[in-house]
Ligand binder design. Structure first.
Ligand SMILES: *[C@@H]1O[C@H](CO)[C@@H](O)[C@H](O)[C@H]1NC(C)=O
Ligand SMILES: *[C@@H]1O[C@H](CO)[C@@H](O)[C@H](O)[C@H]1NC(C)=O
Ligand SMILES: *[C@@H]1O[C@H](CO)[C@@H](O)[C@H](O)[C@H]1NC(C)=O
Ligand SMILES: *[C@@H]1O[C@H](CO)[C@@H](O)[C@H](O)[C@H]1NC(C)=O
Ligand SMILES: *[C@@H]1O[C@H](CO)[C@@H](O)[C@H](O)[C@H]1NC(C)=O
Ligand SMILES: *[C@@H]1O[C@H](CO)[C@@H](O)[C@H](O)[C@H]1NC(C)=O
Ligand SMILES: *[C@@H]1O[C@H](CO)[C@@H](O)[C@H](O)[C@H]1NC(C)=O
Length: 618
């Protein structure tokens, strides 16, 4: 071990110690300390963290917000296309028109509630009020691409004023900018109007790969829930859905070539993904600038393949007797034939340029317990089971059609498989920070996941645990090419989540990773600004709920007016053309902004935990 390695390991330990210290501080914040001395400290009423108003999540790279503001009027506001256009843009305009219309419906419901009280209508006399927002001009400067990809351009600039403008060279940048635009709106106090401040934003992601892993083998997830997940990813500017589609427990992928795989390997004939389902998911994701990365994990995690084809799995022995089936049998030609043909079919279905081959957690002992395999290893001069794993992966990699590049879990790299130079290695071990060094030294690109296992639960609003780690931040940019850490991925392994709790468990916890991966590295904006971040996340969670994503509470006691608006707001029947909001049947000019009205006159005092103790080094 070189001196450098030792120093890095020590640095790592120091980092971990600091993180633990910070977390203990966070958890011992006011709330917890107070509960010990409840008898003397009076509990304050209201939300733990008052939500912000019109703060974007993830935080844009550069933003100037002014005091001047406009109001949204669905009968006036329209989206206009000033540059190139395509189906993706037209769909986005329709989508975001709906988002704004439904947000405005909260005002409508509120007005209806207070209708009878016939309060005097007041004109907003605040000198910062600049009238009604007229339009968002969308200036796409280059033709649309068909499908998002690893090097997609997501840069955009946004200028909000009476006539607002959004500019990007790329449809993907336009999509990100439209999301930002929608997030800048907020409800004024008393829910009498939807407002937006004059704002200038220049924005782009720090990491190009910002992923979420879903696991549909341990529990089946409905297609509707996967689509909902894509809605939430769009709201968090995540751009890769890593679909760990099959595993030991079930095989829900319906193959045309090998239908027996799901007939016998799925939990139930209703719990499968058909070709039509997959096409729908891929298109829905594409419209939101999200890639679908399929994973068919081999040679471990494959027991469900064996329901239909037991012959491709290894018989594991104990005391000379077969005790069960283990990983795929690397000695049989039929194994490779099945894998190759299945992969080709899957590659046709998923347009992404990458394919995840898995390669993690292989039960190597089963291989060495099997006398046939022992004999095979002797014949092939393989001295241990890691070498057999390498042999297997080396045979499987070329089975992928040329049009896909491989992504593998880190075991494949550490078992010395010679990977193609464009293969990406995904790091998941707790030792991931250190493991990245070895992978980067071999010039492979890295996707980092170790700190973002969403199946690990902690007390309280545990988004903080996912917020404190930034994979590029711990390595020295002089020693390593940090751009080779292309991004990260939050992983929601499926053992304990199904349709009932999946969305709530992922959001807003994955939002923490999403912000780390998008936003600027700013020493002035770290977990030491925890209470500000917590307030921003409060707003974001409410926003997700208002848009039909049932995110769980982020921090503690809170409230979200209008969280059912997505379900209830079919009234108002507004017709809009693809480029405009159309007219609303209820919006009348007699309802003016009335900023003074304040139902929450006892505004909750901010509760700021002891973040000051936290060093800014994380
Ligand atoms: C937006 O404008 C309002 C009204 O002038 C102001 O109170 C608020 O501070 C502004 N928001 C930001 C983030 O500057
Ligand atoms: C996006 O903006 C960043 C920062 O200005 C710049 O470094 C990057 O090259 C831009 N990307 C593209 C594709 O223009
Ligand atoms: C934003 O738009 C306003 C009004 O059109 C204009 O005065 C201002 O210069 C623009 N700002 C930027 C940064 O483009
Ligand atoms: C398996 O394939 C290898 C190489 O293609 C070939 O040499 C061998 O004979 C095959 N084994 C069987 C049992 O078909
Ligand atoms: C397997 O064998 C190779 C070559 O002899 C050796 O480098 C490696 O350390 C061995 N791996 C294990 C896990 O024993
Ligand atoms: C991989 O190769 C390195 C260097 O030859 C060796 O030290 C290591 O033990 C090998 N790992 C395995 C798991 O075989
Ligand atoms: C974050 O906290 C630091 C130190 O408390 C402060 O100097 C800085 O202004 C804060 N950042 C923001 C964006 O408020």
């Amino acid at each position: 071990m070189s001196l450098l390695r030792i120093i890095l390991v020590i640095l790592n330990l120091v980092c971990i110690a600091i993180v633990l210290y910070l977390l203990s501080n966070y958890l011992m914040s006011d709330d917890n300390k107070q509960s010990e001395s409840l008898t003397i400290v009076k509990l304050k009423p209201g939300q733990l963290y008052p939500p912000t108003e019109g703060e974007v999540w993830p935080k844009p790279q550069q933003q100037i917000t002014e005091q001047t503001y406009f109001k949204l009027s669905p009968s006036v506001f329209k989206f206009t296309e000033k540059g190139e256009t395509c189906e993706i843009l037209k769909n986005a305009i329709e989508r975001y028109a709906t988002v704004l219309r439904r947000l405005h419906n909260i005002v409508w419901i509120n007005l209806k509630k207070t209708w009878k009280h016939a309060e005097p209508r007041q004109v907003d006399t605040n000198p910062d009020f600049k009238g009604t927002l007229e339009e968002l001009q969308i200036n796409l400067r280059r033709p649309c691409e068909d499908y998002p990809h690893m090097d997609m351009d997501e840069n955009y600039s946004l200028n909000v004023s009476a006539v607002s403008s959004l500019t990007s060279d790329s449809i993907w940048g336009i999509l990100r900018g439209m999301e930002t635009f929608a997030q800048l709106f907020y409800l004024c106090k008393g829910y009498k109007d939807v407002l937006i401040n004059s704002t200038q934003i220049v924005d782009f992601p720090r990491y190009t790969y910002r992923g979420l892993l879903i696991d549909t083998s341990r529990h089946y997830l409905s297609v509707a829930n996967i689509l909902k997940t894509l809605d939430a990813m769009e709201m968090n500017k995540m751009n890769v859905l890593h679909w760990h589609i099959v595993d030991d427990q079930s095989f829900p992928y319906q193959s045309e070539k090998f239908p027996k795989l799901s007939e016998q390997g799925a939990y139930d004939s209703s719990m499968i993904y058909t070709k039509a389902n997959i096409n729908k998911i891929v298109k829905y994701a594409r419209d939101r600038g999200i890639r679908i990365l399929p994973e068919f994990d081999v040679p471990g995690h494959t027991k469900s393949w064996g329901s239909a084809y037991p012959g491709i799995l290894t018989e594991c022995y104990k005391s000379g007797k077969v005790v069960g089936l283990g990983p795929m049998d690397p000695t049989k030609n039929i194994t490779y034939k099945l894998i190759g043909e299945l992969f080709h079919e899957v590659q046709e279905l998923f347009p992404d340029k990458y394919f995840h081959l898995g390669g993690d957690e292989v039960a190597l002992n089963c291989w060495t317990s099997n006398p046939e395999i022992q004999k095979f290893m002797d014949n092939h001069k393989l001295t241990n089971n890691s070498e057999l794993h390498a042999y297997f992966m080396t045979k499987v990699l070329p089975l992928l059609d040329q049009k896909s590049k491989p992504i593998v879990w880190q075991e494949v790299f550490f078992n010395n498989v010679t990977l193609p130079s464009d293969a990406i290695v995904q790091v998941w071990h707790p030792s991931g920070p250190k493991d990245m060094i070895a992978i980067l030294s071999k010039r492979h690109k890295v996707i980092y996941s170790s700190s973002w296992y969403l199946d690990q639960l902690h007390n309280g609003g545990d988004w903080v645990y996912f917020y404190v780690f930034d994979p590029r931040r711990i390595l020295d940019s002089k020693l390593y090419k940090l751009e080779d850490i292309v991004g990260g991925e939050a992983c929601m392994w499926g053992e304990l989540v199904d349709d009932t709790n999946f969305i709530a468990r992922v959001w807003p916890r994955a939002s923490a990773a999403a912000e780390v991966l998008w936003s600027a590295l700013d020493p002035q904006y770290t977990i030491s600004n925890g209470s500000q971040i917590a307030s921003r996340l409060e707003e974001h969670v409410c926003r997700m709920n208002r848009r039909g994503v049932r995110a769980q509470p982020a921090n503690g006691p809170s409230a979200c007016v209008g969280r059912n608006i997505w379900l209830t707001s079919s009234f108002g029947s507004i017709n809009f053309e693809s480029s405009s909001f159309g007219s609303s049947s209820f919006e009348t000019s007699s309802f003016e902004v009335q900023n003074q009205f304040d139902v929450t006159s006892k505004e909750p005092p901010p509760r700021i935990p002891n973040f000051k103790l936290i060093a800014g080094h994380i």
